[in-house]
Write a protein that binds this ligand. Structure first.
Ligand SMILES: [Zn+2]
Length: 216
């Protein structure tokens, strides 16, 4: 039996726990989702029984469970044992975090890079956790602006830092594929908290560090 994540290598980046949770949800709901996909195929004039589409409904059902796995992540568990009390107050920045999400208006992908920075106030989070925080909010039905704010708010609540900055660049398939507002297919959104909001020098330092990357 082929599993969705075998067909989509990018999904292998999800950690095992997240996949296991998504799998549980998939098993619970596969039949309902597959039926809906079958109905969708009929509604667009396709024949769900033809050879190429025969297994598509089940495949799509498993895929959606994985692409929305972020709903099943326990945020407490995610950061658990990765918070450290350290007196370090320089900017921590993680750049070019790849993300894949689904636009909630069209159920089409938007994807790109997130850049996350914070200035600690006695507490830091393991660096490897920041991409997983991004993943948790990306792997669900989203709008880019909300995802950006959620990442910033989550880090602010978890770390009580002096400031948090999040910049997200996304390419939106719903704009690109439909030939509408193509010029706006690439979108940049940002959320600034604390010192990144109040101190232009800190904000500029972050923006300069991000702009050194090739993606902005
Ligand atoms: Zn859309």
């Amino acid at each position: 039996m082929t599993h969705a994540h075998d067909e989509h290598p990018i999904l292998n980046q999800l950690d095992t726990a997240i996949r296991a949770q998504a799998r549980t949800a998939a098993l619970a709901n596969t039949d309902t989702t597959a039926q809906a996909v079958r109905a969708l195929l009929e509604a667009i004039g396709e024949d769900p029984t033809r050879e190429g589409l025969e297994r598509t409904p089940e495949r799509v059902a498993r895929m959606y469970a994985e692409l929305t796995a972020g709903y099943y992540v326990d945020p407490e568990e995610l950061v658990n044992d990765a918070l450290f009390d350290i007196s370090y107050d320089e900017m921590v920045i993680v750049r070019d975090i790849e993300f894949y999400s689904l636009c909630e208006h069209h159920l089409l992908p938007f994807f790109g890079h997130a850049h996350v920075a914070y200035i600690p106030n006695g507490r830091v989070i393991g660096l490897s956790k920041i991409p997983r925080v991004v993943d948790m909010f990306a792997r669900r039905l989203q709008v880019q602006e909300r995802m950006t704010v959620q990442i910033a708010d989550f880090l602010e609540e978890t770390l009580s830092p002096k400031g948090v900055a999040v910049v997200v660049e996304g390419m939106h398939m719903c704009s690109m594929m439909r030939g509408v507002k193509k010029a706006n297919a690439r979108m940049v959104s940002s959320a600034m908290r604390g010192i990144f909001r109040t101190d232009p020098r800190t904000r500029n330092e972050f923006v300069n560090l991000v702009q050194r990357g090739e993606h902005l």
